[in-house]
Design a protein around this ligand. Structure first.
Ligand code: TZP
Ligand code: MG
Length: 226
């Protein structure tokens, strides 16, 4: 599957420039609000969206499936890469473009076998984690938290943009996004350290105008990542 039938790359760095992540927990547990926010963000210029429905009070089963399908339709309309967090079965069920898993989730080899040619993303926090990761089964990497974040209760200590520099020096060549506490004001060092883009929750989901926030991120990344 990896060497013979697979056409690489399935994700190009430009698709990771502005990577918006959200679930109902980020928008007051209001499905309509999530759909509207994602639509505005796509219109504003995000290049990738990850449906991350996580934590107490979030949707499961049929409700989660239906929302995932609606979000997929929005992303398809705007040509935005559509990724599902953690839930490999859901990614397959809605035929998402890809799936993103963390170090504690399913093994990458198993993920790869289940999703075939879809994009597989993995979270990496440190050089130590890089060495424990079967990067051969992944297409892209989320590195973080870059800065302190309020969106992930169990987030590790911020590792800063230097973490990306270190991972690159250790031989990581896959496209990466920095994640965690990223705003327009602190995104530049993340990009300069070697990230293809920035992944954000609150900077777009909690913005007064998610359309405008997405547009500003897109303009910033376009300026730095010619
Ligand atoms: N993984 C590491 S930090 C984080 C995730 C999902 C949360 C990012 O949210 P925010 O609001 O952009 O800090
Ligand atoms: Mg996870």
């Amino acid at each position: 599957l990896l060497s013979k039938n697979r056409i690489r790359p399935v994700v190009v760095p430009d698709q990771l420039k502005v990577y918006f992540i959200s679930g109902t927990q980020d928008v007051g547990f209001n499905e309509r609000h999530l759909l509207d926010t994602v639509e505005a963000a796509c219109r504003g210029g995000v290049t990738c969206f990850q449906f991350r429905e996580k934590g107490i009070g979030t949707l499961e089963g049929q409700q989660k499936l239906e929302l995932a399908q609606q979000l997929k339709e929005i992303c398809a309309m705007y040509n935005v890469l559509y990724i599902i967090n953690d839930d490999v079965d859901l990614a397959v069920a809605v035929n998402a473009d890809g799936v993103h898993v963390g170090q504690e989730d399913m093994r990458l080899e198993d993920v790869r076998n289940l999703v075939g040619n879809k994009v597989v993303g993995i979270s990496i926090h440190s050089v130590e984690e890089l060495h424990k990761t079967d990067v051969v089964y992944a297409d892209c990497v989320g590195v973080g938290p870059m800065y302190a974040t309020s969106s992930k209760p169990d987030a590790q200590e911020p590792c800063g943009p230097d973490c990306i520099t270190e991972l690159r020096a250790e031989g990581l060549t896959l496209p990466c996004v920095g994640i965690g506490g990223i705003t327009l004001a602190n995104a530049t060092p993340v990009l300069q350290a070697g990230a293809s883009g920035v992944a954000v929750i609150s900077a777009i989901a909690h913005a007064d105008d998610p359309y405008e926030a997405a547009e500003e991120f897109k303009n910033l990344v376009d300026k730095i990542k010619i």
